[in-house]
Each structure stands twice: as C-alpha cells, then as structure tokens.
Design a protein around this ligand. Structure first.
Ligand SMILES: Cc1ncc(COP(=O)(O)O)c(C=O)c1O
Length: 379
C-alpha cells in the first residue's frame, strides 16, 4: 500500500459489526465477557480499545514499523518510552536542540529518579559518539529540531546506537512520516506529538509511537497499560480523521513554508532565517538526503530583539500568536517565553534561542495572505 492509501486505509477496514466505513468511536471503558477468562479480545479500555487500535495500526504502517502505540500526549509517549526502557543509573544522550518540554521531562522528572542525561550537538554525530558511556541505553534525537530546524543524521546515530547497544529514539513530529521515516534509516523507536501535523487541526492532544522490534514493543506496551497514559476513543478518532489528509496538507504546508522563508530571507528587518529547504541552511544536503521534503516550520531571528518581536506579534492578523504548530492555521510563537521557557536562559542563549527568535508554523492558507501579514507585521 502506498503512503497516501495507507493514510486512509491502514488499520481502518470497515467495521466488522455494521460495515461502517469509518472506524466507530468505541466510547466504552469495558467489554462484556462471555464467561470467566472468555473475553472477546477486549477487556478494559486502558489496555486496549478498537478505535485506539486503528490509530496504532495506522501509525505503524505509515512509519514502516511493525508496532504502533497511542498515548494521551506527545510527552506521555516520551515518558512511557523512558519508563518502559530505562532503569535507574542508565544514561541517555539527547540532542541539545529539543522541545523545551522534552528537556524539562529529562531534567525535572527523570533525573531525580536516577537517570543520567547528557546533551550532544544535534548537528554533529561525532558529538553523540563522544558522549556515549558504558551505561548509555538510549540516544534521543529530534529532527528537524524545535525551534532551530537543525537536522540530525539519523543513519549515523543508528550506527552509533547499534555499536553502543543503545536504543535510538527519534522525535519525528516536525517532519511526519510523509517527509521522513526514521525506522527505515535504522531508528528503533519513533515518537510523535500527534497534537501537531498528524492531528493537523489544533483540536486534539495526542502522542504516537512506532516501534521496530517486538521486545522493545512489549516493554513499552506493558508500561502503556501499567502507567496508563492512553488517549480516549474520541481523541483517537479525531487524530485518525486528521491523519487521512496528511499528504495533501504537508504539501501545502511545505509550499507555504518555502514562500515564507524566501520572503523573510530578503527582508531587511530579519537577521537570519532557519529553514532546511533553503540551500543556505548548513544541513540542507543532509535534509535533502534523509527527508522527502522540508516541512512547514520556519524560524527566524529579528534584528531588533525582544522589542522588535513584541511589535511583530502585535501587528500580526492572520498568524496567531500561540503555542503548538502543525495545524491548518498559521501560528507564530516566541520560543524564549513559550515553548522553550523551561530551559534556563544561559542554556537557551547558548543554543541560539535568543530574544529575537520567532518560530512560524505555516498553515495551509493562501501564501499571498501570509506574506502580506508578515510584511505588515515587520514594518
Ligand atoms: C517536537 C515536539 N515533541 C514533543 C512535544 C510534546 O507533545 P505534546 O504537547 O503533545 O505532549 C512537542 C510539543 O510541542 C514538540 O514540539
């Protein structure tokens, strides 16, 4: 099945009872059993639910993985991966440019449970290699990164992970499987905030995971049920419905991102544009090799710092100042005080998250309107 077809059909055969073309919202917490030990394959909706299962099978197919798992949020997926696969005293090497909430999860939650975490340069596989220790059990990479759109070489990290007997987990939220399939490049686990492009309409919080190996899947699956951070059937259904149009949306997001990046590059108020589709992006060649497209996220640095950013956000009319990304509507975000506020200022600045940095999520509106909006806000 080709990707566009899998979006509509993978895991989503017509309902066995009624023939319903759409997978029904199985809004139930529990299931009748025909006798002691005689359930019909479903026992309790934390453990499994048919609507959630359709979503789990669909993400597995899209990522070219054997197994899929759904969670209540992207961070619930990340927590469950750590809970399921890591023990006290294990070491994680994470890329240094990751979503602020991922950093917070490592630093404020798992460090106090005895996990060791260190950070490597997201752009440089050698930096990951150098950071490996005897007790490294996981490499964590987000690519393209949030918010600086750095690209990490997934195949190179897979090689380092394999040699170090560690698991490679890749956060594929920004690219989606439409543009990038990390498991094909050697990753063991793919994690998503399906709140973003997969759901696609800014109306549902969710997390998804795709896993290549049965043993890894079983450990995470055990923790999915034992820790319980699962999505309800209605959220699973909304996410599945959003995913059906992923291919057409991603093309439109990308076309608008290209238009926005080109406009910003030529604008005198802009010091720097971060978009992997630009030939001037330092990892453009790598992005071109490991991805099928460059995505819909563009970040840029305003010359005037915080004051310029405040004026810019005040004048926007179509781009909405808001957290999140990947919806059909264009969003603008100020990482320093929003998505990356959990990172101490000194570390933020070291990573390039400055007072002039703005992150844009190009929606699927007409690009002329988006450019006009940016032009007005930059005056
Ligand atoms: C790249 C990335 N990963 C993970 C998350 C966390 O996902 P959620 O907000 O669904 O918990 C986010 C949220 O913004 C994100 O941008």
């Amino acid at each position: 099945m080709k990707f566009e077809t899998a979006l509509i059909h993978a895991g989503q055969d017509a309902d066995k009872t009624t023939g319903s073309v759409n997978i029904p919202v199985y809004q139930t917490s529990t299931y009748k059993q025909d006798g002691i030990g005689k359930d019909r394959g479903w026992e309790y909706s934390r453990t499994g639910n048919p609507t959630r299962k359709a979503l789990e099978d669909c993400i597995a197919a899209l990522e070219g993985a054997k197994y899929g798992l759904a969670f209540a949020s992207g961070l619930a997926a990340e927590s469950t991966a750590c809970l399921g696969l890591l023990r006290k005293g294990d070491h994680v090497v994470s890329g240094d440019d990751v979503y602020g909430g991922t950093y917070r999860l490592f630093e404020k939650v798992f460090r106090k449970w005895g996990l060791e975490i260190s950070y490597a340069d997201s752009k440089d596989p050698n930096s990951f290699k150098k950071a490996m220790r005897r007790n490294t059990r996981m490499i964590w990479a987000e690519t393209p990164t949030n918010p600086l759109l750095n690209i990490t070489d997934i195949a190179a990290l897979a090689d380092i992970a394999k040699k170090g007997k560690a698991i490679l987990a890749v956060d594929n939220t920004f690219a989606t499987p439409y543009f990038q399939r990390p498991i094909e490049l050697g990753a063991d686990i793919v994690v998503h905030s399906s709140t973003k492009y997969l759901g696609g309409h800014s109306d549902v919080i969710g997390g998804l995971m795709a896993v290549a190996d049965k043993g890894v899947y079983e450990e995470v699956k055990f923790h999915q049920n034992a820790a319980g951070g699962v999505p309800g059937p209605w959220d699973s259904w909304l996410t599945l419905r959003g995913m059906k149009t992923l291919a057409v949306r991603m093309k439109a997001h990308e076309a608008n991102a290209f238009a926005v990046a080109a406009f910003l590059t030529a604008h005198p108020a802009v010091a720097k544009v971060y978009y992997p589709g630009l030939e001037t992006h330092p990892s453009h060649a790598l992005a071109d090799r490991q991805m099928d497209g460059f995505g819909g996220m563009v970040s840029f640095e305003l010359k005037g710092g915080r004051a310029a950013a405040e004026a810019f956000f005040r004048k926007l009319k179509i781009f909405v100042l808001a957290e999140s990304l990947g919806g059909v509507e264009s969003l603008a975000c100020y990482p320093s005080t929003m998505t990356h506020a959990a990172i101490p200022e000194r570390d933020r600045l070291k990573r390039g998250i400055t007072a002039g940095l703005v992150r844009l999520s190009a929606g699927i509106e007409n690009s002329d309107d988006l450019i006009k909006d940016l032009d007005r806000a930059l005056k």
